[in-house]
Write a protein that binds this ligand. Structure first.
Ligand SMILES: C[S@@+](CC[C@H](N)C(=O)[O-])C[C@H]1O[C@@H](n2cnc3c(N)ncnc32)[C@H](O)[C@@H]1O
Length: 277
């Protein structure tokens, strides 16, 4: 298996990395490591947090529906909770994360459960340590909206996917109330949110064809700032938004309305690498 922190990965010719992006990346890595602990990233429990538990279930369901065998890649795997939850359904999962603490936690738990088909490695999503066209499905949750040069990452996703391979990628929309909260919570990872059209343009430029865009978080559903937004941050909205409506959360139903979609924060986009290139 050609993966040891990138040692065996085929070097990909690239232009010199922009210094500004590299610096932003390093700053972001420090923030992640300072403020986020593996224990913060348990999969949410339905009795404690029905909204985020249903979001997690929707993510897992999307991966299971599109997986057709072969290797899967969990980009920004954190403490490995999604990989661990998918272990029974997927032949092989590689998880990468640039936080050694997260990777250690994920590896320990996989070992404890004897999941030898799950492997985790420290790497930046902008340099995936895998050869071209060796992954049949990539998924990435709660990562891309904190990456300074997201197109670099999407390009990497496209590179490692086999032609016809699937990616389930979560982006964060710029024109959303969540952007206001994320900017106000300046001690956390810096937001790098994008207009919805820009997400679609990036996918196209990287050779990925969008098949589905599931939208969530018309309200932020977290955070305690800015103060003027507090009425919209009350937990009652999150409880209401989690209610199921014809198999999906009320929030997803509202966030998918044509006039509102571009103001919903979270876009879980399923796309496929073009064949014949
Ligand atoms: C919010 S956590 C999400 C973890 C996991 N995907 C989940 O949903 O539970 C984001 C993770 O992405 C990692 N991360 C952020 N930027 C990264 C990058 N450029 N390359 C690799 N990992 C990154 C962080 O270290 C963190 O563990």
């Amino acid at each position: 298996m050609p993966l040891e922190n990138g040692r065996h990965a085929r070097a990909r010719p690239r232009e010199a990395e922009s210094r500004a992006v590299a610096a932003a990346d390093r700053a972001q890595q420090e923030r992640w490591r300072a403020f986020y602990r593996p224990s913060n990233y348990e999969l949410p429990r339905p009795d404690q947090d029905p909204y985020f538990a249903r979001l997690a279930a929707a993510r897992l369901d999307q991966v299971r529906r599109h997986y057709r065998g072969g290797r899967a890649l969990d980009l920004g795997c954190g403490a490995g909770h999604y990989a661990l939850a998918l272990a029974a359904h997927v032949e092989q999962i590689i998880g990468i994360d640039f936080s050694p603490e997260m990777v250690r936690a994920a590896s320990c738990e996989a070992r404890r459960r004897s999941h030898r088909h799950l492997q985790f490695c420290v790497a930046n999503a902008r340099r995936i340590p895998l050869p071209d066209a060796t992954v049949s499905l990539v998924y990435s949750f709660a990562l891309l909206y904190t990456v300074p040069a997201v197109e670099d990452v999407v390009e990497e996703v496209s590179r490692v996917l086999v032609p016809g391979g699937v990616a389930v990628l979560e982006f964060g929309a710029l024109y959303s109330l969540n952007t206001i909260v994320s900017r106000a919570m300046e001690e956390l990872a810096r937001p790098f949110h994008l207009p919805v059209r820009e997400m679609q343009a990036i996918l196209t430029r990287c050779g990925l064809v969008m098949e589905e865009d599931r939208s969530f978080q018309i309200l932020p559903f977290w955070g305690v700032r800015p103060l003027w937004m507090l009425p919209l941050l009350l937990p009652c909205w999150k409880r209401l938004a989690a209610l199921p409506v014809a198999g999906r959360m009320l929030d997803e139903r509202i966030s998918s309305l044509p006039g509102l979609r571009r103001f919903a924060f979270r876009h879980m986009i399923t796309c496929r690498r073009r064949t014949g290139e």
